[in-house]
Ligand binder design. Structure first.
Ligand code: GLN
Length: 484
């Protein structure tokens, strides 16, 4: 059952080959048996999942089921869920149960999806390896000594090991695409504003975007169909019509113009990862696409720009965790200042504290112009590079990550080398563009992701382009061994 696509599961549920309760129990049994090895879930919500599955079975019986009715999913633990703990991977929120559902959670619930639980993540979505979580690292199902990527590493590992049919993720600088690449699954970060951020715990508000982690582009299309759309409760949500993503999957891609940025194939890229990406591009040529060499000259600046902008926004967003209203509160504070200081020092881990300090520094009087303002200007130049590129091409392709998954512990003492993992993903967030990662031929048994970047609100094309590759190849069907 766990290897079936969303379309197959939906068809089986309609035919009553099995019920949603049976399907949900199947996944809950797999989580109980296999997740102790991976640590991909922070919370398993068995009771509420079974209750939702029963409601879904009733809808199926009554004949008013949609494609997601009764399908077991998982949410990254950054989305507020009423009645289920939302930790954001942090000790700060270890005791937090939200009084409401995030819009994305609400929409998927309204579509009849069954929430199995909340997935592990880097603390407040800061990280590229899922090692900064208060709940401990997540293991990569392809090699349990390696990281799954981050920050949506729990969602990626859970989808790869078939511990849910599909999961949500968020991407501020690569957190959907990079773990999707490292775990051999399909991830899509939509255009900034495409999915509501309401109820999604904020890291860097001008970059954060919700998206999907799935086993195929087709599965992702079913979820995005339900998740996307305007939300009046999120002032940056885009009031742009949502096309039918499933409908677009089968469009012909003959004549598709693919841009290959020369900056994405240079120094720092593992040669074997580069070769796997080139092979995938050849497959696209066989499918009728045209290859155009392009340049994104400012993209090498994206990591330094991001590590000014994202910490600046995070230092402001995380100011709300003060030990007063909710979240961790220190014992016996002497006075208000002691309450703030100790609650925050105890509640936040090292990486979050580093980012808050960097952010406060770049926003402070005297440094604002030199760092923050300068970074915002370069951010515009990075977006302009893409604008020029999309005058010539329909999509841009390259590697998602410079290497395959690295060993747990390898980069924890070297933040800069950790930050460089997102060298190919960050520019799209700075520009607000949609991006995807799909699995191609592995290197030494470890997954490799091809990144596909699209123009604003061109998610339908991204999913179509990804689906055509997955139609012609089988890499996305590979499953890690030992998770049967
Ligand atoms: N790895 C990047 C960071 O540490 C991106 C994280 C994300 O996209 N949430 O900030």
């Amino acid at each position: 059952m766990q290897n079936k696509s969303i379309a197959q599961l939906a068809a089986d549920l309609r035919l009553r080959t099995y019920s949603s309760v049976e399907l949900t129990k199947h996944y809950l049994e797999r989580i109980e048996r296999l997740d102790p090895r991976l640590n991909s879930y922070v919370t398993v919500a068995a009771d509420s999942a079974l209750a939702a599955a029963e409601r879904a079975d009733q809808m199926l019986k009554a004949g008013d089921a949609g494609p997601l009715t009764g399908i077991p999913i998982a949410h990254k633990d950054i989305f507020c869920t009423q009645g289920i703990k939302t930790s954001c991977g942090s000790r700060m929120l270890d005791n937090f149960v939200a009084p409401y559902d995030a819009t994305v959670v609400e929409k998927l619930a309204a579509a009849g999806a069954v929430v199995l639980g909340k997935t592990n993540m880097d603390e407040f979505a800061m990280g590229s390896s899922n090692e900064t979580s208060f709940y401990g690292p997540v293991k990569n199902p392809w090699d349990e000594t390696k990281v799954p990527g981050g920050s949506s590493g729990g969602s990626a590992a859970a989808v790869a090991a078939r511990l849910c049919a599909v999961a949500t993720g968020t991407d501020t600088g690569g957190s959907i695409r990079q773990p999707a690449a490292l775990c051999g699954i399909t991830g899509i970060k939509p255009t900034y504003g495409r999915c509501s951020r309401w109820g999604m715990i904020a890291f860097a508000s001008s970059l954060d975007q919700a998206g999907v982690m799935a086993r195929s582009a087709a599965d992702a299309a079913f979820i995005l169909d339900e998740m996307a759309g305007f939300d009046s409760r999120d002032s940056t949500s885009a009031d742009v019509p949502v096309p039918d993503y499933v409908d677009a999957l089968d469009n012909d891609i003959k004549g598709l113009r693919i841009g290959l940025p020369k900056e994405y194939f240079g120094e720092g890229l593992d040669a074997r990862v580069g070769a796997a990406i080139q092979d995938a591009i050849k497959e696209y040529e066989r499918l009728g696409a045209e290859i155009v060499e392009i340049s994104l000259p400012n993209s090498p600046l994206s990591v330094p720009v991001y590590y000014v902008v994202a910490p600046a926004e995070c230092s402001s967003n995380l100011a709300r965790f003060d030990g007063v209203r909710y979240g961790h509160r220190c014992e016996n504070p002497e006075d208000l200042e002691d309450l703030y200081k100790r609650s925050r020092a105890e509640g936040f881990g090292a990486e979050v504290q580093r980012r808050i300090m960097i952010g406060a520094y770049v926003l402070s009087a005297g440094y604002y112009d030199a760092y923050y303002l300068k970074a915002q200007k370069i951010r515009h130049l990075i977006a302009d590079d893409f604008k020029r590129a999309f005058e010539q091409v329909d999509v841009i392709m390259g590697p998602t990550s410079p290497t395959t998954a690295f060993p747990i512990g390898d980069k924890m003492d070297d933040p800069v080398s950790m930050y460089l993992n997102d060298i190919y993903t960050i520019a799209t967030n700075l520009a607000g563009l949609p991006g995807m990662s799909i699995p191609v031929e592995p290197v030494d048994g470890m997954p490799v992701g091809l990144q596909i970047i699209g123009n604003y609100f061109d998610e339908a094309r991204l999913l179509n382009v990804a689906h055509q590759y997955q139609h012609a190849t089988h890499w996305h069907q590979a499953a890690p061994t030992g998770f049967e």
